[in-house]
Design a protein around this ligand. Structure first.
Ligand code: GLC
Ligand code: MG
Length: 598
């Protein structure tokens, strides 16, 4: 009798499983992709991306190999901060589509086995939100929805001065005077983004209801915005708030970094709020079934505090599944060497609490793109480093094809962070350059829209840097990215150990090993010199020859080619993954077993 091929392979798998591997939850090993909806794909020709545009491109995400995507806000918004100023937490921004379009997007994503993560923006609303309008009018029940304060008497007479020296993220005072209410309100971002008052239990309850609303719509989790800002310190005995001390980081007194934000960020209550939201999503899963609803939290903060976001060291309460690890974004740049990268990787691995998963964020809509931050020659290297690491990875749209920041003139500038900085400083603060339309093909407007204008200009390199062109050639950033994503399905990548080693300041090796499985070694040359190294000793029991598994675009090698382990040559900016295969042939198929079994 002929044994069907699949059954044969499956039995091989079972026979060779060897050590028991702890199963991983879907998000712990997932490739996440960030969509910036305004710039992903426009379906109706108005030059602004939308939900139907996203739905039409879900097969692309599937092909990339990602498991989940998170979308920057799609809620109703006056768009002062491009969606991060929400005027109705339960409605869809009309230029992005309708609730039905959203439901369709979720349905289609789930049909493709893709998870959908919403951006949840809890710290503030838009000043056009009905809560704020009512609060400003002191309507009963809404008086304390936001953080209001009289301010301090002005010795020179006239209107009171702002309550404290606190600064907003986009320059100048975090306090705005309301003529209507004759009080100041707190806004840690733009004037049009008043901070909600989390010391008011009604606000806490309302925002939990918002979470439930979207869970009921079928979303698989939340990326939680600006978490450190949720609570401010309690007022002093004399009824006033304390001033924040200076940081010494800049001499510009209007710049957010001028102060050390000890009273406006990461208060103990902030962490507790995250633990409460975790309880909520866990409970929701218990009551409604289905897979884990995941929380990923945004916070640029110290590793010690991020550790607390995972789990409280004192109460052991669980918090964020993924406190975003911004090491690659915040602590590294084009001047960083291999030793710096190793340090960033190891310091993160050291703080991940036992039993929790690591995560790695390579880019987002707030920071310059990888090719601009590290140099275009290092795009493959950075993507290969990211995708060689254990745990969850997060890629910002366009990084897989190597899009770079687009120069935006002052006249074209729309980001409030840049507009508030003024013409002289805008370029240092602007987030517009990394938010330009996604480059799908080499047709007009890069295939982003059928219209003849776009909300931000299309990058001038779109004729060569785009999905269509990169799909068609073997060596492209996109194909390197896809090949790396395939590797991540192998058990060595899912369950294996990780070792990082800097040979010198230019050469970095990431070694992934798992007993009885193939060993994979990612090697990158960050520099302009030819590097020759001896790979013996990088992993236990390496054969004398290894094979190329994935090669970067600046490599002249091909997949399957052979390299002597003791004489590895890396050309300038070359990066590749070598595989040391197990010698016994009956294990050849083992690596892909997991893909089938899941
Ligand atoms: C987060 C977002 C950023 C936004 C800010 C205020 O940092 O990523 O884009 O401007 O919060 O909501
Ligand atoms: Mg549109």
């Amino acid at each position: 009798m002929q044994v069907p091929l699949v059954v044969y392979y499956l039995s091989l798998c079972v026979a060779t499983l060897g050590v028991e591997l702890t199963p991983k939850d879907w998000w712990e090993k997932a490739g996440f992709y960030q969509i910036y909806p305004r710039s992903f794909k426009d379906s109706d020709g108005d030059g602004i991306g939308d939900l139907n545009g996203i739905t039409s491109k879900l097969p692309y995400l599937k092909e990339l190999g990602v498991r989940a995507f998170w979308m920057s806000p799609i809620n109703k918004s006056p768009m002062v901060d491009f969606g991060y100023d929400i005027s109705d937490f339960r409605a869809i921004q009309p230029e992005y589509g309708t609730m039905q379009d959203f439901e369709n997007l979720v349905k289609e994503a789930h049909r493709l086995n893709l998870k959908v993560i919403m951006d949840f923006v809890p710290n503030h609303s838009s000043d056009k939100h009905e809560w704020f309008i009512k609060s400003e009018a002191r309507e009963s029940g809404y008086e304390d929805f936001y953080v209001w304060d009289d301010g301090i008497p002005n010795p020179a007479g006239g209107r009171n001065l702002p309550p404290t020296n606190w600064l907003q993220a986009f320059r100048r005072s975090a306090w705005q005077w309301s003529e209507n209410r004759q009080q100041y309100y707190l806004h840690q971002f733009t004037v049009e983004q008043p901070d909600l008052n989390y010391r008011n239990p009604v606000v806490v309850r309302e925002m939990k209801d918002v979470i439930r609303f979207w869970l009921d719509k079928g979303v698989d989790g939340f990326r939680v915005d600006a978490v450190p800002f949720l609570f401010e310190v309690v007022k002093l005995q004399n009824g006033s708030y304390p001033n924040e001390p200076t940081s010494g980081l800049t001499i510009d007194p209007e710049d957010f970094d001028y102060l050390d934000h000890i009273y406006t960020q990461n208060q103990p209550e902030t962490l507790d709020m995250v633990y409460q939201w975790r309880e909520l999503v866990d409970q929701y899963q218990q009551e409604n079934g289905g897979e884990t609803r995941v929380l990923m939290t945004e916070g640029y903060t110290s590793l010690e505090i991020l550790r607390e976001y995972y789990v409280s060291t004192t109460t052991k309460k669980h918090g964020s599944h993924m406190p975003f690890n911004f090491g690659f974004i915040a602590d590294l740049n084009r001047t960083s060497g291999a030793f710096d990268i190793v340090k960033v990787i190891q310091s993160w691995m050291n703080i991940v609490p036992q039993g929790h998963a690591a995560n790695w964020v390579m880019g987002n809509h707030d920071r310059p793109r990888v090719g601009t931050r590290f140099g275009e020659e290092r795009i493959d290297a950075m993507n290969m480093i990211l995708l060689s690491l254990p745990g969850a990875t997060v890629t910002y749209q366009g990084e897989e094809i190597g899009m770079t920041d687009v120069r935006i003139s002052w006249e074209e500038t729309v980001d409030p962070a840049a507009c508030n900085a003024g013409e002289a400083l805008y370029a240092t603060k602007s987030r517009d350059p990394c938010r330009t339309p996604f480059q799908w093909d080499d047709s007009a407007m890069a295939g982003f829209t059928s219209g003849n204008r776009t909300w931000l200009p299309v990058g001038s390199n779109y004729r060569s840097i785009n999905v269509k062109v990169e799909e068609a050639v073997t060596k492209s950033h996109l194909n390197v990215y896809k090949a790396m994503m395939k590797l991540r399905e192998y058990k060595t990548f899912r369950h294996g150990s990780v070792k990082t080693r800097a040979y010198n300041d230019n050469v970095l090796a990431i070694v992934r090993e798992l007993e009885d499985h193939n060993t994979y070694i990612t090697l990158v040359n960050l520099g302009t010199k030819i590097e020759v190294l001896d790979g013996v000793g990088l992993a236990s029991r390496l054969p004398s020859k290894m094979r190329f598994e994935v090669v970067g675009t600046s490599s002249h090698h091909i997949k399957g080619g052979v390299m002597a382990t003791n004489d590895i040559v890396l050309l300038p900016y070359e990066s590749f993954v070598l595989v040391a295969k197990l010698s016994h042939s009956d294990r050849l198929h083992e690596d892909i077993c997991e893909v089938w079994l899941e």
